[in-house]
Design a binder for this molecule. Structure first.
Ligand SMILES: C[S@@+](CC[C@H](N)C(=O)[O-])C[C@H]1O[C@@H](n2cnc3c(N)ncnc32)[C@H](O)[C@@H]1O
Length: 375
């Protein structure tokens, strides 16, 4: 298939003027390695969800044209072919396209799966498609901003009665108890032990008193933990309040403008007594429901919520609250949430959370602001 210069007006590249070379070095390059694709291929929750979504809804694929946005190893495209698709256009920006081609051939579907190396924004297909499938989700759903590319592909190539896989996505936020803070204190102690492995207790290193740097090293770590979100796979019992829905996305209707900045006013009822909110956890789920005229026969959901069995490679993003907020059952936290793209690079996210505790008596405490980035 041919490729042409960015055919997607208003796409990420067009709207934020990201240098393609910089984007490749920062983002795409890791996807060109099998070690990275392996992380996704071995995520059982993710694999089961996509596999069941396709194999239990063959009516969406049988005899149809499909576009797989960001085919990676080619796994989703091959499943679509096995489900009876007439043609699958499997677009991949990196050299992983070569592996995808090999995998399709080895599995006897090379006549159906056509692997196209290039950005989906730039490719030209010979026809419109009935289904767009893509695994575009990053940490806390929108990190990586790959959904922009899916929206672009949808607007250019999906037939008016076409179906999106996944069809819907949701973002969630919940307050969590300490434990995270303890874990971070342990990390900090480890970092300091590491420092002291060469700067002994006298703080003299090669004849120079290093104590001022020891202090700065500690501050550097503390600042990092507060300013950057943490990746965790939480146990559900760490959640101390009812999770709140931040955003509900219909993948057939969503626009880039709608997801560029996400804001929400949330109310989180606390259900644990004599506890402390030491952080908020954010996660997402996606659904494969089809759409109005063309519903799924068997609806499938992929969730990255805290799971005692280990969860997914996405885990949850944890935003530390400093100082922790003392809470009791019956209290409520009112959170003003904002997520926007980092100024320096559109695939990273900045989060602002302003929390106000409303006690069960109705009294409100002064707000606490948390600002972190998802890097
Ligand atoms: C999360 S991986 C999913 C890979 C594969 N579909 C799977 O489910 O195992 C996303 C893939 O999309 C590719 N990708 C991201 N943006 C793209 C774009 N605009 N055009 C083409 N490929 C893209 C990446 O290189 C990466 O291989």
């Amino acid at each position: 298939m041919g490729t042409k210069e960015n055919g997607c007006a208003g796409s990420t590249q067009a709207s934020t003027q990201v240098d393609k070379g910089v984007d490749f070095a920062n983002y795409f390059c890791t996807y060109g390695y099998l070690y990275h694709q392996k992380e996704m291929l071995s995520d059982r929750v993710r694999m089961d969800a996509y596999f069941h979504a396709v194999s239990r809804n063959k009516h969406h694929f049988r005899g149809k044209a499909v576009l797989d946005v960001g085919t990676g190893s080619g796994i989703l495209a091959i499943w679509c072919a096995q489900a009876g698709a007439r043609k699958v256009y499997a677009v991949e920006a990196t050299k992983m396209a070569d592996h995808a081609r090999d995998l399709a051939r080895e599995n006897g579907v090379e006549d159906i799966v056509e692997v196209i190396e290039g950005s989906v924004e730039d490719v030209t297909l010979p026809e419109k498609v009935d289904v767009i499938i893509s695994e575009w989700m990053g940490y806390f759903l929108l990190r990586e901003s790959m959904f922009d590319s899916v929206i672009c592909a949808r607007d250019r190539w999906l037939k008016p009665d076409g179906v999106m896989y996944p069809s819907h996505a949701r973002m969630w936020l919940a307050p969590i108890r300490s434990g995270i803070t303890d874990q971070k204190m342990e990390d900090l102690n480890c970092a300091m032990n590491d420092w002291h492995s060469f700067v002994d207790e006298t703080e003299v290193h090669y004849g120079v008193n290093m104590s001022v740097l020891t202090k700065a090293y500690r501050e550097e770590h503390e600042k990092y933990y507060l300013k950057t979100s943490l990746w965790c796979n939480l146990d559900p019992n760490q959640i101390i309040g009812t999770p709140a829905l931040i955003k509900d996305i219909d993948c057939l209707q969503a626009t880039v403008d709608e997801i560029r900045t996400i804001t929400a006013q949330l109310m989180l009822p606390i259900h644990a007594d004599r506890s402390r909110i030491s952080a908020y956890a954010g996660w997402f789920d996606v659904q494969f429901k089809g759409c109005g005229q063309n519903p799924a026969k068997d609806e499938v959901e992929l969730t990255t919520a805290p799971d005692a069995d280990g969860g997914t490679h996405w885990g949850q993003q944890v935003f530390l609250v400093n100082p922790p907020i003392r809470v009791n059952e019956g209290d409520k936290v009112l959170v003003s949430f904002k997520m926007s793209r980092a100024k320096q690079y559109h695939r990273l996210m900045d989060i602002e959370l302003i929390s106000e505790l409303e006690l069960s008596s109705g009294k409100r405490l002064p707000p606490i602001t948390t600002r972190v980035s998802i890097e």
